[in-house]
Design a protein around this ligand. Structure first.
Ligand code: SF4
Ligand code: SF4
Length: 151
C-alpha cells in the first residue's frame, strides 16, 4: 500500500496535535485523586445524610429531646420512630430512637433549620452504598453512639 505525501503530512500533523494535547496536560495541575486511597477534603457546605449532634450540656449524649418537630416538618416523611426517655435528674427527654429513611430524603434542610435544640446537622458522609433499600434506613441514635466511640 502506498501513502500519498499529502496523507502522510496530514497524518503526521494529526499525530503531533494529539501529542501536543498530551504534553500540555502533563504540565497542568492534577485535578483527579486516587480514590479510594486518597480522599479529598469535603466542603463544609456538603450535605450528606442528617446526623444527631451532641447535647450542649452533656457532650456524652445526643442533644435530641424527641419533640418530633423535625418529623412533622419533613416534607418527605423521611423521619420516623422518634422516641425518647426522661432520665433521672433531667428536665427533658433524650432520644432513644430516631430513624432516617435516606431513600426519600431530599436533603432540603428543613429538619435542620426547625430543630429547637440545634442538634441536627448534615454529615460529610458521601460514601453511602448498599444492596437493598433497608440499608439506607439509618438509626441516628446508634450512629451518634458509634461516632462518639470512634472520635
Ligand atoms: S433534609 Fe428535608 S427531606 Fe431530609 S429528613 Fe430533613 S426535612 Fe426531611
Ligand atoms: S426537632 Fe430536633 S429535638 Fe426535636 S425531635 Fe427533631 S432532632 Fe430531636
Amino acid at each position: 500500500m502506498t501513502v500519498s505525501p499529502s496523507s502522510f503530512i496530514q497524518g503526521a500533523g494529526s499525530l503531533l496535535a494529539g501529542l501536543g494535547v498530551t504534553i500540555r496536560a502533563m504540565f497542568q495541575p492534577v485535578v483527579t485523586s486516587q480514590y479510594p486511597r486518597q480522599l479529598l477534603n469535603i466542603s463544609p457546605r456538603f450535605r450528606g445524610h442528617i446526623k444527631l449532634l451532641a447535647s450542649t450540656e452533656n457532650p456524652e449524649k445526643n442533644g435530641c429531646i424527641a419533640c418530633g418537630i423535625c418529623a412533622k416538618n419533613c416534607p418527605s416523611g423521611s423521619i420516623k420512630n422518634v422516641e425518647g426517655e426522661k432520665r433521672e435528674g433531667e428536665k427533658r427527654k433524650t432520644a432513644t430512637s430516631y430513624t432516617l429513611d435516606y431513600t426519600t430524603c431530599s436533603q432540603c434542610g428543613i429538619c435542620v433549620e426547625s430543630c429547637p435544640s440545634d442538634c441536627l446537622a448534615f454529615s460529610a458522609d458521601f460514601n453511602c452504598a448498599g444492596y437493598k433499600r433497608e440499608d439506607f434506613y439509618y438509626e441516628l441514635v446508634k450512629e451518634f453512639e458509634k461516632r462518639k466511640k470512634t472520635s
